[in-house]
Design a binder for this molecule. Sequence first.
Ligand code: ATP
Ligand code: MG
Length: 384
Amino acid sequence: MEKVILLRFGEIYLKGKNRFSFEKQLLDNIKAALKGFKFSLNRMHGRYLIENISDEDVFEISERVRKVFGLHSYSIALKLPTDLDLLKKECLAFLPESGSFRFTVNRADKKYPLNSQQIAMELGGSALTAAPHLKVDLFSPDKEIFVDVREEGYTFIFADKVLCVGGMPVGCSGKGIVLLSGGIDSPVATYRMAKRGMKMMGVHFHSFPYTSPMAKQKVVDLAKILASYQGGFDLFVVSFTEIQRQIHEKCPEEYMITIMRRIMMRIAERLAKENGCGSITTGESLAQVASQTQESILVTNETVEDLPVFRPLIGMDKEEIIATAREIGTFDKSIEPYEDCCTVFLPKYPVIKPKPELIRKAEAALDVEGLIQEALAGVELIKL
Ligand code: ATP
Ligand code: MG
């Protein structure tokens, strides 16, 4: 008798002919998430089964698989030889403390002498003898206990289905780069894209010495959390200090943020192309701040030559974004009070509806290409 973990697919079961490649990616991702543990992973009748694990590892392994995109749910199950007396005994551990239960039996082994209903009745009867204060309720039980009698001579018993994060296996949608700040939004945007199967890498701009090393460390810590959902995370850290100094010195104050965004986008696009990424993602949400209006987005986007720019949070309220940040475990880190580079030389009244021609004209005071080259020459890659 041993504890095993049953895994169920998420959305990929909807896939047609190419389903095989999605499944292969999912299997690779599960194996990568469980690196370092002793286990075996097998496909079994439309599900996966993690076996040969030691009891102490069950909790940590199930927590890891919960975070693998592409899985719908898991159950910790008991695997035991198909022996009615043994089943009756082991089922007791799955009964609720009080209230009602039902056994739902699936008999794949058609040679077994009892049919599924008979097995359920046998198990239910012996459970009621052992726990006479409980009731059987076939329609809305407090606890449903599943018994799966397999052809190979063993049976699985499990009760709770724990939801995993869902989505598509990371890697199925290629690679993308996200502009990752230390705020609440961009980590959530990253998660959303990874959830749709995109392996994300990040670029963070810092303004040392105006911003502290702690501000950078915070982003590294956020990237580490994001790494746990997608099997690693490459973070490019780019110094933005000189760029900001020059914008501050040479451009009208109210255009500062718009021009910063434009240069961030250009740098992100270069890094994306050098690293095989097919898109740029940001954490912008419509109307959240001055740089997140249609007009601002138009002026920012025009600097990106030929990649799509994704803004998965564009239609989300701050409250909804915060709820996701809490769920995925980035919120507490995001609210640590270290300043972002965008707060350095912050204009009092940033332009809300920038006019492209005016911004281009203001930007012409800068050697944009030279600044980009210089910033890229000093880029640091942190692998998490
Ligand atoms: P966040 O919570 O993600 O910081 P925000 O509400 O603070 O977002 P802005 O400061 O306007 O919004 O930033 C909008 C987007 O620009 C961010 O979501 C992020 O994608 C990108 N961004 C902002 N600052 C940085 C930075 N220092 N490095 C990398 N990307 C950044
Ligand atoms: Mg920010």
